[in-house]
Design a protein around this ligand. Structure first.
Ligand SMILES: *Cc1c(COP(=O)(O)O)cnc(C)c1O
Length: 265
């Protein structure tokens, strides 16, 4: 199977799972996890029209974004190959983030899926505020970013998801279920971060059905936070489901699935 075949198979599966749950497939975003992808495969995916990409480690994120940006800038000059401007690519940070890595990561990403402590949220808030206070002039008067550079993040608040350790595994990152609502409330008071939803990883299993209770639990927690109006109408994402269990996650309400292996091999 080619990358194109695998891509189609995954988007078809997402559509089928959505139909089964009477959901609109347009409400579900496939986030392509590039951590084991070749640069060529990433380019092919972008040529196929895909825009949402993810990395779990900071150094890889920096390399990937720089490589793809540079390539896209070069393609802009070629009239026969209409490809998006680098700013149209949405990068997601999905792995554990140390506070001292917030500064380099923030300008590169559209969303951070892995906020799991007050201290990390505060660091993101401080850094986002710093970036916003240096807000650039409107786009019309703004010089093009340097070759290979990343344009400033356009939106006001940095979009974050709260990572929840639903199954309580000691080996996993994420806030405990019992502490999630309080942390969500605290993040909601911060001016330059927008809490947009929840994220989880199900315990590893050969059987995707074993992930279902984890996804149901995250969904219940999501409903509880929504009921309390934390995050307002921006609170609308459930990032759950990976290569082995994304169809089940879609059935249980995922709005973003993070798929690596099934896509890139
Ligand atoms: C690697 C990774 C994924 C993708 O896993 P696959 O099983 O390769 O699809 C999803 N989420 C996170 C946080 C990851 O680190």
């Amino acid at each position: 199977m080619t990358l194109q075949d695998r891509y189609k198979k995954i988007t078809d599966t997402i559509a089928a799972s959505a139909a089964k749950a009477r959901r609109n497939p347009a409400d579900i975003t496939l986030v392509a996890v590039t951590k084991n992808a070749t640069p060529e495969a990433i380019k092919t995916l972008v040529e196929l029209g895909h825009r949402d990409l993810a990395e779990s480690r900071v150094q890889q994120l920096q390399q990937r974004t720089a490589q793809l940006d540079e390539w896209l800038h070069r393609q802009q000059a070629k009239k026969d190959k209409p490809l998006p401007h680098p700013s149209a690519i949405r990068w997601h940070m999905i792995g554990h983030l140390q506070r001292n890595k917030v500064r380099p990561v923030l300008p590169l990403v559209k969303m951070i899926h892995s906020v799991d402590s007050l201290r990390l949220a505060e660091e993101i808030q401080d850094e986002a505020q710093r970036l916003n206070s240096q807000a650039p002039a409107p786009p019309s008067t703004q010089p093009a970013p340097p070759h290979g550079g990343v344009p400033p993040h356009p939106s006001k608040g940095m979009e974050v998801l709260l990572e929840v350790n639903v199954a309580g595994e000691g080996s996993k990152f994420g806030v405990a279920v019992g502490a999630a609502i309080h942390l969500a409330e605290q993040i909601d008071t911060m001016d330059d971060i927008q809490l947009v939803g929840l994220m989880c990883m199900a315990p590893y299993s050969e059987n995707p059905e074993e992930a279902r209770p984890t996804f149901i639990r995250l969904r219940e927690l999501f409903d509880e936070i929504k009921f309390r109006k934390i995050g307002g109408d921006k609170f609308r994402h459930l990032s759950m489901g990976m290569s082995g269990d994304y169809p089940v996650a879609v059935e249980e309400g995922a709005t973003m699935v993070r798929v690596g292996t099934a896509l890139f091999g």
